[in-house]
Design a protein around this ligand. Sequence first.
Ligand code: HDD
Length: 697
Amino acid sequence: MTDPTRQTADFDALISATGSGGELHQHAAEGGRRLTTAQGVVIADNQNSLRVGAPGPTLMEDFILREKIFHFDHERIPERVVHARGYGAHGTFTCTRALPDVTRAAPFDTEGKETEVFVRFSNVAGNKGSVDLARDLRGFAVKFYTEDGNWDIVGNNIPVFFIQDPIKFPDLVHAIKPAPDRDFPQAQSAHDNFWDFISLTPEAMHTVLWQMSDRAIPRSFTTMEGFGVHTFRFVNDAGASTFVKFFWKPRMGLQSVLWDEAVKTNGADPDRHRRDLWDAIDRGDFPEWDLGVQMFDQSFADSFAFDVLDPTKLIPEEDCPVEIIGTLRLDRNVDNFFAETEQVAFCTANVIPGVDFTNDPLLQGRNFSYLDTQLKRLGGPNFTKLPVNAPKGCPVSNYQQDGHMQTDARKGRVNYEPNGWGEGPRAHPLEGYVSYKDPVSGDKARLRPASFADHYSQARQFYISQTSSEQDHILAAFVFELSKCKEAAIRERMVAHLLNVDAALAQNVADRLGLPDLPQPAPAARPTRTDLAPSPALSIQNPAPDSFAGRIMGVLLSDGFDGALLAALEQAVRDEGGLLRFIAPRIGGVSCSNDNLHAVTDQIAGGPSVLFDAVGILPGAPGLADNPAAVDFLSDAFVHCKFIGWVDDASDLIDACALTGKEEAGLCKLDGPEAVMPFVAACRSLRHWPREDAFAS
Ligand code: HDD
């Protein structure tokens, strides 16, 4: 065996030969860990391959080189066919309301009970290297490691889905992904193929309204809701079932960005969402979501206006309350992105006793698809042995064996059941998973329930539940997306659908696209649309947020800034639970009025205001108006409806951005430290939306 402390006799000669001089000396002197091959052989030189003569040929005998390059060549695995770009973290689910009468699901059996979880957020359409702030649905997948096995809620940040039948899923995904001939556009729905498919798929209209809303451009993972989408079943000890829908409600409240902000953020920080999550957990600011459930019985389902098994429909919270039963807290970043976030494998079919499926056709299809895709992606059937996928806190014991990368060395001769050897695990009818006895009958046929046929009523309900500002964003999103369609017939077909949702929305989209005439409304499967009451819970802006906690204020400084004012601002923001970033023309520091140097977090060109929730403009002297990045900083903050605090020395910049004399509550003059508190208090509502009216065109 190699003695790890042994040094080669001609150590100095080796150091000079490898060229890794001082570092190698120091490492060896400190008795540091030895670099080895995968076979455990200590490597003497990791800088030079084995050659004959100084410039001579490389030898095939160099097993160190070959092993290293071989492993490198195989580092990549296929990315997920959808949801490729994702980010995960570990955490804990705590039950705050036990439901022993409703379900035997382990996480809900006792109040205060903690269950380990792993969560992965994702973008749907873009590839693994795409940007965070694409207009897209976000995945919200949670794996509970319970003592009864692993349970996954594989949800999205939008409570409905585009299609009702899984047979359409490959077409939907093909349509939104880059076109097969040209391989663009990446991570975007703004192209002909997507809208061609959608305009021929009326059942997608409800989800498309959500997709064009601010829900599809969340500020961060921590400010978005999650939904299990389908109706599932809770099943209790007596075998009785209750329908259930799952909701994750962010403790930070809902918050999104504007489209222009999203576009610019993707350039300034394409990793905005993952960085935000990593940083929050890293500094101990653990994000939390409440788990809510809508629970209802068959008679509610029968009386509800839509089929509860239709994944393109939701049940408004006003019709069936969301009851909070627990809290999810993410408190540990991964040690290794690939080993955990990339290799984690979710599956809707991963259920535990107490949770069961319904006949939602989309859910039934998903139950097949996820297991299948893991085989392709992770290379074999033993991916369940990877630490992030393996159950924790309960034994795994069965007769599955062999396969690629088997790590279990099970002992004994018995690998089948029943066996007469008295060895090995046995099924347990009382403790084991028993499917809910759902009586089914019918003809075998390819069919769609008539109860799934209304594609417009809930799309309209969503639209009329938005504030006027949110409705404007939906309008702008449709105009942007459809203006990217080269084919006029596609634009027209979409307007024909929108006429069934809201006549004014359709007219405005048509006007802004320059459609010569309004088309006829799209023929509906159901002759009429039902006019439903608005559901305020569907809006992000309503009720207005009232906290700056976890938000970031970006303060633009230049030499000679007022130190006392900045100190007051820092204190007030920190008292609110907010964070600060300091932006200046030079990264090396900025000097205060008393000549003290203040640290700078971002050089102005690298710290645009799109990265911050509110801004302070606190230069020490006029002059920022000559800096184009400073002009962008302020004018973007204004256009994005952010709260802005400013001082006299910023007057030239205010002027350069045409804001002189603008009297409005979101533009706050900081005349002295006493003006700071009202400014920071105003920032609690996060945006000054009335400003948008000034830009309406
Ligand atoms: Fe899916 C991944 C969510 C419909 C097939 N899906 C995937 C992920 C999420 C969802 C969050 C990423 C999981 C992770 O982080 O690893 N999918 C949904 C939701 C749907 C939905 C909320 C509708 C309600 N999905 C859906 C259908 C099918 C799939 C109808 C196929 C018939 N989904 C997949 C997949 C993926 C996937 C191809 C890709 C990678 C993976 O599974 O592990 O199997």
